[in-house]
Design a protein around this ligand. Structure first.
Ligand SMILES: Cc1cc2nc3c(=O)[nH]c(=O)nc-3n(C[C@H](O)[C@H](O)[C@H](O)COP(=O)(O)O)c2cc1C
Length: 350
């Protein structure tokens, strides 16, 4: 059924379709019993799916990666689709429009996407308010196993790398009451210079400052670091050393890649698209290899969430086998459709 929808969707601009599809889902969820029907058919059931991770209880191990619901605008709908967790953002202190359109492209032959969105988002104040309202309205305190919310945070384009630590601190403070964990994003390729923050000293400054702020809160929230799949072995070792040194809560592996190696799509088509992060099938193996490397090098001491080219239960299992505790989908959601969580979980539950 989704194959047919996908054929039609793929005739139109990817970003426009993204908004159209989510708004259509919103209408479905709003009609009487709509959300219950979606939940009934799409929310995975199975007692083997629950995961306890960093003191949080996940109803299942399949989450939605950052960048899909940047503004925390579709949480109700995503909950009905069965996600165990959704990472909102990347959120920056001030709202920003992101890069010029078009900025999202499909590479169907490779089951991939290229994006250069550039952290378009409503800003930390508006998003914090939206999360607050959602939590209050949905009466989430009464739910047995609510969907977990991660807050992915970044810096504004106009902020220099020297001042970046402060942008992360602002977002951290504003979102802290309303998210269950944080993802520190220093790995998106679409904000000039952002990935340089993956160098040990810059990272240390950002993460230690967040740790200090976290310790001052009544309840500390886990802070994870999201890394690129393009780090050199030496850079990966630096990340590992730092994670162990400062007792980082976890790592999210990985973001999109800037590499265009091994694509089936003809080079001219790829070149025409231009700069951006590549996601989907071409990053599956790369990100699994990094999960395995970090898991083995740390003897499993650093908790891992895996992201990158997960389309089905086999892909998810590979990531879990390599050492991840949870997985996130993004490009797979576009290619496989809204039943992706229930399909993956059905097989994982067996
Ligand atoms: C259109 C698009 C926007 C994204 N935006 C963000 C973002 O704002 N922050 C972030 O940390 N990752 C972002 N990502 C990366 C995804 O969260 C994910 O880590 C990456 O796409 C690899 O997973 P996938 O192969 O399943 O797509 C984005 C990905 C896509 C395709």
């Amino acid at each position: 059924m989704y194959q047919l929808f996908r054929k039609i969707f793929f005739l139109f601009d990817p970003e426009a379709v993204h908004h159209f599809a989510m708004n259509y889902l919103r209408i479905l969820a709003k009609i009487p019993f709509g959300k219950n029907i979606l939940t009934f058919f799409l929310t995975p059931k199975g007692k083997n799916l629950k995961v306890r991770f960093l003191n949080m209880n996940f109803r299942n191990p399949v989450g939605l990666g950052a960048g899909f619901d940047k503004n925390a605008a579709y949480l109700n709908e995503l909950e009905a689709l069965g996600f165990g967790f959704v990472e909102i953002g990347t959120v920056t202190p001030l709202a920003q429009a992101g890069n010029e359109k078009p900025r999202l492209f499909r590479l169907p032959k490779d089951k991939a996407l290229v994006n250069r969105m550039g952290f378009n988002n409503d800003g930390a104040d508006v998003i914090a308010e939206r999360l607050k309202n959602w939590r209050e309205k949905e009466g989430r305190q009464n739910k047995k196993l609510p969907m977990i919310i991660g807050g992915n945070i970044g810096k504004n384009k106009v902020t220099t790398n020297e001042e970046a630590w402060n942008d992360y601190a602002i977002c951290f403070n504003k979102l802290h009451p309303y998210v269950d964990y944080f993802a520190v994003n220093v790995s998106s390729p679409n904000t000039p210079g952002l990935r340089e923050l993956q160098e040990k000293d810059s990272l240390k400054k950002i993460l230690l400052n967040l740790a200090m702020m976290n310790n001052g809160k009544a309840v500390a929230k886990p802070v994870l670091l999201k890394i690129a799949p393009d780090l050199t072995p030496a850079q990966l070792d630096d990340v590992i050393d730092l994670a162990l040194e400062i007792k980082l809560d976890g790592i999210i592996i990985s973001n999109t890649t800037i590499s265009r190696e091994g694509l089936i799509t003809p080079a001219e088509e790829v070149e025409k698209i231009g700069a951006g992060g590549l996601s989907g099938k071409p990053v599956t193996e790369k990100s699994t290899a990094i999960v395995k490397y970090i898991f083995e090098k740390t003897n499993g001491q650093v908790p891992i969430i895996a992201s990158g080219g997960i389309f089905n239960a086999r892909d998810a299992r590979e990531k879990l086998k390599a050492g991840a505790s949870l997985v996130q989908v993004w490009t797979g959601f576009i290619y496989e459709g809204p039943a992706i969580v229930s399909k993956i979980c059905k097989k994982l539950n067996q």
